[in-house]
Design a protein around this ligand. Structure first.
Ligand code: AMP
Length: 618
């Protein structure tokens, strides 16, 4: 049987794993290394070089060596503030996309990610030979939005892979530990990598995983620890040897590598010795104890606890309620990190597996399930923000709520507002605000070509479908004419964890005002809908009843017009009721007339049709 592979496409490193009879395993490269640095450099001839040669800066100068590509997936240039100025490579683009210029050419994050994925694919093909299918499961952070997931999927396809599923990294980590076998419980996944920190709270029920909440800090990780140690070394060298190396890029690079090595050694040793030949024949010789190190990094470790508390709060759970805690990311090897996590959750976290490999191993477990392996797990994720469309008056009509488990489908029927309309524009929105323009616009498309009908008669069914990869497809179909526009929504790029958080905060802050604005818009739309009908009725009845009989309705109509100009939705709703009440005797009269005129005819169907028409016109 062929193998489906699992890939962890990471910010710093990527891995590929497959399922063996004894469990999931990382596929090594020719030199036996599992990690592939997620780095792409372009050499003199413009040829891409992927992996450690690129990472070490041996393939090309810094301005043609691209790393942290994952941060740009599915995002626009305007989503980044400040962070870009520290990058050694150029970044171009617009509000919807990012491009990396290389000479006269430029590459998208999707293209560069595809090069990384293609390298992993070749690695798997060489190692597994004929067993490899081109099918793959790729992991993404739980907070990735539709655009970021779609970009990841596009990268896989560009690399010649058939992406069976995109799954969340914390879910993969839980799978690697076989936690799906427990059938029930809550799991905290603490992921401290090189550049980012993420914490996710998962619920496992009947073998299904749901992401209850995620939080994190995308500027916090092992790199910050390396920075701290490097700064300490520079200060000491200056103090003890009178050498200021803080402007010397070569020395900073050297000390930083030394810092990372010392940090790693201190995860298993109580003390490390640093001996460095400095310029001017000076020797720097110093011991760093684990205790020194822990004092230095304690504030950084503390900074991870805030997002943990936030995620627990969002999930409505206490730290003690966690049944399992899983560690992911190279920096969780640090004993102080493990100890603080254990203390926070009141239990020993899982650290039996290599924290760099956990996510890829979990992807292989899921890949095996999809390839028809023995295990039976289903993964359930949730939508991070609500999805809906813009309706009359510019309000958001929600079809899928935030935190809804995916895959899912929602369907609702809408109609036209104007007589003779032969098309409608569908504006797809994402967000929690009541007013359409306060939300994020994902896509617009038009359903055209249905026959002209009176307002309110067409039935346009809108279907939202989010597949297992979190990708949204919207279909609009006019049911009477069966005209359909089946549009795949390519969600516009640009929404990260911070933006999601901001949108939730805004929605919360404006909640009450938004609701009042929405009610006002809805009341006005309802009133507008009544005006032409009421006028039509009055005009029709002028010849039928004495003028005095029309007065109550005329007055009610006038008063409704008056309150519509004001801001009180309750007053508008009351005025609508008064108008309805005042119109009732006239409507009855009209229905009677229609019945009587129809009685002369033979067909009962015709009679019913006329009655229906008379009613509908009110
Ligand atoms: P990741 O992004 O998950 O690959 O994590 C990489 C980060 O983990 C880098 O900052 C590494 O320096 C750090 N790291 C790797 N091994 C260790 C170790 N033994 N002790 C401390 N940090 C480590």
């Amino acid at each position: 049987m062929g193998k489906v592979i699992g890939i962890d496409l990471g910010t710093t490193n990527s891995l590929v794993a497959w399922m063996t009879p004894s469990g999931p395993q990382i596929v090594p490269d020719e030199e036996g290394r599992g990690l592939l640095p997620s780095c792409v450099a372009f050499d003199e001839a413009g040829k891409p070089v992927v992996g450690s040669v690129a990472r070490q800066g041996k393939a090309a100068p810094a301005e043609r060596t691209f790393f942290s590509i994952k941060r740009f997936m599915g995002r626009g240039l305007t989503d980044f503030t400040g962070e870009l100025q520290y990058l050694p490579y150029p970044v171009a683009g617009d509000s919807r996309s990012v491009r990396f210029p290389v000479g006269s050419r430029s590459y998208t994050p999707v293209q560069l990610s595809a090069m990384i994925l293609a390298t992993l694919k070749r690695r798997a093909e060489r190692f597994l030979g004929e067993f490899i299918l081109n099918e793959v499961v790729i992991t993404v952070p739980a907070y990735f939005n539709d655009a970021q997931r779609q970009a990841t999927k596009d990268a896989g396809e560009m690399a010649g892979l058939d992406v069976l599923r995109i799954i969340n990294e914390p879910t993969a980590a839980a799978l690697a530990y076989g936690l799906d076998q427990k059938k029930e419980g809550t799991i905290a996944v603490y992921d401290l990598g090189g550049g980012t920190f993420d914490v996710s709270i998962l619920r496992l029920e009947g073998g299904l995983f749901q992401v209850l909440a995620t939080a994190g800090d995308n500027q916090l990780g092992g790199d910050n620890i390396d920075d701290l140690l490097t700064a300490l070394f520079l200060a000491e060298i200056k103090q003890h040897h009178g050498l200021d190396l803080s402007d010397d890029r070569m020395w900073i690079g050297r000390l930083r590598r030394l810092a990372e090595e010392a940090k790693k050694d201190l995860s298993t040793q109580e003390m490390v010795r640093l001996q460095v030949d400095l310029p001017e024949g000076k020797l720097w010789d110093r011991y760093v104890t684990r205790n020194d190190f822990e004092q230095l990094i304690a504030p950084l470790v503390e900074r991870t606890l805030g997002p943990c508390a936030q995620a627990l709060k969002d999930a409505g759970l206490s730290a003690q309620a966690m049944d399992e805690v899983v560690l992911v990311g190279g920096s969780t090897r640090i004993p102080l990190v493990k100890a603080r996590v254990a203390q926070l959750f009141g239990r020993t976290p899982h650290d039996e597996l290599n924290p760099d490999e956990v996510v890829a191993l979990g992807a292989a477990v899921q890949a095996d399930v999809l390839a028809g392996g023995t295990k039976d797990v289903l993964l359930l994720d949730v939508t991070p923000l609500s999805l809906g469309i813009e309706t009359l008056g510019g309000v958001m009509s929600r079809l899928i709520d935030r935190n809804n488990p995916i895959p899912c489908q929602a369907r609702e029927t809408f109609t036209t507002a104007v007589d003779g309309q032969t098309g409608i524009e569908v504006h797809v929105l994402q967000g929690e605000r009541e007013i359409a323009q306060d939300n994020r616009s994902l896509a617009r498309f038009t359903l055209t070509g249905f026959p002209p009908m009176p307002a309110g008669l067409p039935k346009v069914e809108i279907t939202f479908l989010i597949d297992a990869n979190g990708i949204l497809r919207v279909t609009a179909r006019e049911l009477r004419s069966e005209v359909e526009a089946r549009v795949e929504v390519r969600p516009s790029y640009g929404l990260g964890e911070d933006a999601i958080e901001q949108m939730l905060e805004d929605a919360y802050a404006h909640g009450e005002d938004d609701l009042i604005r929405r009610q006002l818009i809805e009341a006005r739309v309802e009133a507008e809908r009544r005006f032409p009908k009421a006028e039509e009725l009055l005009a029709e009845m002028v010849a039928v009843v004495p003028a005095a009989a029309l007065e109550p309705m005329q007055a009610a109509l006038e008063s409704l017009r008056g309150v519509c100009a004001e801001q009180d939705y309750k007053a508008i709703n009351t005025a609508i009721e008064v108008l309805e009440e005042s119109a009732r005797p006239l409507v009855e009269l009209r229905v009677n007339q229609a019945t009587q005129s129809a009685l002369g005819n033979a067909s009962i169907d015709e009679l019913l049709q006329k009655v229906e028409q008379a009613r509908r016109q009110v």
